[in-house]
Write a protein that binds this ligand. Structure first.
Ligand SMILES: [Zn+2]
Length: 246
């Protein structure tokens, strides 16, 4: 039996054992399998794969791998120019909405700060996350590869960074968020779109010194929080400006 030869491209290498990164490597087949199962058994989750070439021909995930075949696996944006044929990766949904797993609780308010509809709860079970991302066409962000490899997941990404600000920058690059963001339009706590409010409308709900200093407020119809452009706002502005420079 001749082993298959594999080559993973771009950031898909992050999921491989170090000696397999950026090189062709042989892999013996242990029985019939789809190219999707073969790819995932080596590390990369299927939502991060955009194209698969077998002996130079684009195939879909159900392709049955045969001994001796050469398999090239590409993430979005890394396929050779002019490549045609089947794409296994679907374009991101027209409206970018996110679903975050329990481990990304500090990234959720940052995506909401940019105005993106972002669902996060600290008690989502894996099957709920996978199903909900499919049913609501939300991009699933998780650092749990097991969740990302569930078959229901269509759009998903594994943030490589662990710091929330760096994760925001990484996700912004991956999905082209900067031109589509609408900063400070969504509640950081509960994800509800914010409404403008006058000082009179928020009187009694913010400190008097704040009422005396600011003339513009926003109110969350979901959790009743009030927001204004205070010092925390300045730090967020700096973070948003840094995204624009990337
Ligand atoms: Zn709220």
């Amino acid at each position: 039996m001749t082993p298959v030869t594999l080559r993973f491209h771009g950031p898909l290498n992050d999921f491989l054992a170090p000696e397999r990164r950026g090189v062709d490597f042989p892999h013996p087949l242990r029985g019939p399998c789809s190219v999707k199962d073969l790819i995932e058994s080596l590390g990369p989750p299927h939502p991060e794969v955009d194209r698969v070439l077998v002996d130079g021909q684009a195939v879909d995930f159900s392709h049955r791998v045969a001994d001796g075949q050469r398999i090239d696996v590409y993430p979005p944006g890394h396929a050779p120019e002019g490549m045609t044929g089947v794409r296994v990766g679907l374009p991101a949904p027209p409206e970018l909405r996110f679903l975050l797993d329990v481990g990304l609780g500090r990234l959720a308010p940052l995506l909401r700060m940019l105005g993106f509809d972002t669902v996060w709860r600290n008690d989502f079970a894996d099957d709920v996350l996978a199903r909900r991302s499919r049913d609501e066409q939300r991009i699933l962000l998780t650092r749990d590869l097991g969740v990302l490899k569930r078959s229901e997941v269509v759009h998903g990404y594994f943030p490589r960074e662990t710091d929330p600000s760096r994760q925001l920058s990484e996700v912004a690059r991956r999905y082209g968020l900067v031109p589509r963001m609408r900063p400070f339009t969504r509640c950081l706590s509960c994800n509800t779109p914010l409404a403008d409010a006058s000082p009179d409308e928020v009187r009694g709900r913010v400190p008097e010194r704040v009422l005396a200093t600011f003339s513009r407020f926003q109110h969350c119809p979901g959790c009743q929080r009030v927001f204004w452009a205070g010092s925390h706002h300045e730090r967020m502005r700096t973070l948003i400006d840094s995204l624009r420079e990337v």
